[in-house]
Design a protein around this ligand. Structure first.
Ligand code: PLP
Length: 473
């Protein structure tokens, strides 16, 4: 087994050698014929597995773990230092200047976006510009706060920059925020966030970038505050960065979060409280109510250090090659429909959405799991407007689906199958996926699957997983 040195000098040559640094990489899972197969995780866009050095660091840290910020003992002081330092590691990762910006830890990217929506100083007639390709977490929180308009996508289903500019131009200065994903969790399109930042600033808006899909796969810098291409607010999540210990990140100007009351109030957010007065603490404490997730912060900081040493360029290149290979192979299967363009260049993350014509996406995903031990994701990936567009559903068709869901009938849920890569995935895994898809397309799968209309899931008859045989408390 390749070992990763814990010293700062660790150098990584081939990404391949990191494969065995993934916790659980060789885990075998049960399949329908009674055998066990080594699990293939092709659902990294949802959550990546944990890196071994992250887990090791967490274990080492837990021996020192104690309360942070107000504890007077050695362990408390050490834990406080480590927790505070983790903010700095995150800031350095994206080039944020902590003199003018705050790094605020949340539970995940969704919570970070909600917090920003709750804390941004909107005017009464504010308009927010997002896009139809957003994850719901970068759309729904804004709808509660102001009018939200959506930039459209072009004929390849990539973000239409002309529409972004037209909407900014037509808004007569009402658009206060432009909020855009750095990379789509459905098609993997990477958006030109700095170009959009320039546009937003030109029209007097601030920009929010949802980088949940991007930061474990590409380098991203927010650029200096005075740069027109500066990203004002940045959001991401550690569980998509090989550190699944419950931390999300929100970065933004101290001037915004330093104004008014924090989103949640209570312990940790104050310097002093009297009967009639509250002195709020400095940032980030004033926005991190209660006892923070110190372990999550440690895990995230360690994961960042490892990703940096592996080299974001090398990661991007590896995942691009995997995507190109997958696309080539997918196209060789009869009746595969790939969503978005099939060019997987530097403007595309390793996220591929497709369907197998004639087969329900939930059935294909179930067969991949029950017969090939492959984990993918299916349905609409928390991006319903975008998937609806990709599938070309009419208003009528969509209305029908809505009516069915209201009646708890999910047999006809629209959607697709998504595979998404991490740096550790390899060609052998893709070959196994392609082989399984070929078998499905030839109807050579073994199980007899029945649909549960209440959940929209397919399960094989006379078979179920005994989860408790694999893990229990
Ligand atoms: C683009 C994008 N934004 C936001 C989120 C929400 O992330 P989290 O699960 O960390 O809240 C996701 C999750 O899949 C995502 O893909």
């Amino acid at each position: 087994m390749t070992t990763v040195k814990s010293s700062e000098e660790e150098t990584y040559t081939e990404l391949n050698q990191y494969r065995d640094q993934i916790v659980g990489i060789d885990k075998k899972v049960p399949v329908l014929d009674g055998s066990l197969k080594t699990y293939i995780n092709l659902d990294n866009a949802a959550s990546t597995p944990c890196l071994r050095p992250v887990l090791d660091t967490v274990s080492q840290f837990l021996e020192w773990y104690s309360s942070v910020h107000r504890g007077a003992g050695f362990k408390s002081m050490l834990s406080t230092r480590v927790y505070d330092l983790a903010h700095q590691v995150v800031a350095d990762f994206v080039g944020a200047d902590l003199r003018s910006n705050a790094v605020i830890f949340t539970k995940n990217a969704s919570e970070a976006l909600n917090k920003l929506a709750n804390r941004f100083p909107f005017k009464d007639d504010s308009v927010i510009l997002c896009s139809v390709m957003e994850h719901h977490s970068n759309d729904l929180p804004w709808r509660r706060k102001a009018e939200v308009i959506h930039a459209q996508v072009d004929e390849t289903s990539a973000l239409d920059l002309n529409d972004v500019e037209t909407k900014l131009k037509n808004s007569a200065g009402k658009i206060q925020l432009v909020t855009i994903t750095a990379g789509s969790n459905v098609t993997g399109y990477v958006n030109p966030i700095h170009q959009i930042a320039s546009l937003a600033h030109e029209y007097g808006a601030k920009i929010v970038v949802d980088a949940a899909q991007l930061v474990a796969h590409r380098s991203l810098k927010i650029k200096p505050d005075h740069d027109p291409e500066h990203i004002d607010f940045l959001i991401f999540s550690a569980h998509k960065m090989y550190a699944p210990f419950g931390t999300g990140v929100l970065i933004g100007p101290r001037s915004v979060f330093g104004q008014g009351e924090p989103e949640h109030v209570g312990g940790g957010t104050v310097e002093l409280v009297s009967r009639d007065e509250i002195l709020w603490a400095d940032l980030p404490e004033r926005e991190e109510v209660g006892s923070p997730n110190v372990v999550g912060a440690v895990a995230l900081a360690r994961a960042i250090k490892i990703l940096k040493k592996m080299g974001m360029k090398r990661i991007a290149e590896h995942e691009r090659k995997l995507s190109q290979y997958t696309i080539r192979k997918l196209k060789s299967i009869k009746d595969v429909i790939i969503y978005g363009s099939d060019s997987y260049d530097e403007n595309r993350l390793g996220v591929i959405a497709f369907n197998l014509n004639g087969f329900h996406h939930a059935l294909v995903s179930a067969i991949l799991s029950y017969e090939a031990g492959i984990g993918v994701r299916n349905a609409c990936f928390c991006a319903h407007p975008y998937v609806r567009h990709l599938l070309g559903l009419t208003d009528e068709q969509y209305k029908e689906v809505i009516e069915e869901i209201k009646r708890s009938y999910k047999a006809n849920l629209p959607g697709a199958i998504r595979v998404s890569f991490g740096f550790y995935n390899n060609q052998d895994e893709i070959d196994r996926l392609i082989e399984a898809l070929q078998r499905i397309s030839r109807k050579e799968y073994k199980g007899r699957y029945k649909l549960n209309p209440a959940s929209g899931e397919y399960v094989p008859e006379d078979f179920s997983f005994n989860y408790q045989d694999y893990f229990d408390f």
